[in-house]
Write a protein that binds this ligand. Sequence first.
Ligand code: CA
Length: 239
Amino acid sequence: MAAAVTDKGRKRPSNEDAYGLSIEHGAYLVCDGMGGAAAGEIASALAVEEAMRVLTARLSDESASPRMAAEEAVFAANEAIFGRAQRNPRLAGMGTTLVGLLVRERRLWVVNIGDSRCYRLRNRSLQQLTDDHSLVEEQVRMGRMTHSEALRSPLRNVITRALGTQNSVTPDIIELEAEPGDLYMLCSDGLTRELNDDLIESLLGLDLPVESLCARLVNAAKKAGGHDNITCLLVRAEG
Ligand code: CA
């Protein structure tokens, strides 16, 4: 079971987030674009389109490696965005985050570039599975900044890895084993900046279908301020 909701929030004029999902292929993506004018929207839409095109083609073959499919999808999406930006000066510097989840039976692959996130709720306990590629989170991991300093830092929007801004990029890829009933969430920072982990954990623990949970989380982030675009994609492992 899987569902997704995206919303432009209450302050931004447009939605630069995008998502893709194919339950049939076990491929799920959330992208959060950046760049002036319409560039952010173009970058995230291109990333989802290119990455889903490669993933659905590769994953139709059950003997194909999901890890290699993920690497190929990231490569293709990066080329598409970087190439478009090179050809059109108005799009120069555009890029996007990408967080993805690939599912094959009980095996999972989490793919990450940037500061969108993947979380898992297991036995009512929430865990963030991805590391943010952001300046402040890198400082936190090195012990040079506290978590609360990171949340308030004027540099909190600076990401250190993005799709499409350079001619190559390496994603983090984590391989995991799912347990029945696990709930996986892919989201943009418009959700996690408004809602703390305790609140996310309690909302995800509600006994509701994934469609309703997505709507609740996005509405909670809007009520909390909705300063940025908000995207929530949920995948529940079959029991
Ligand atoms: Ca964002």
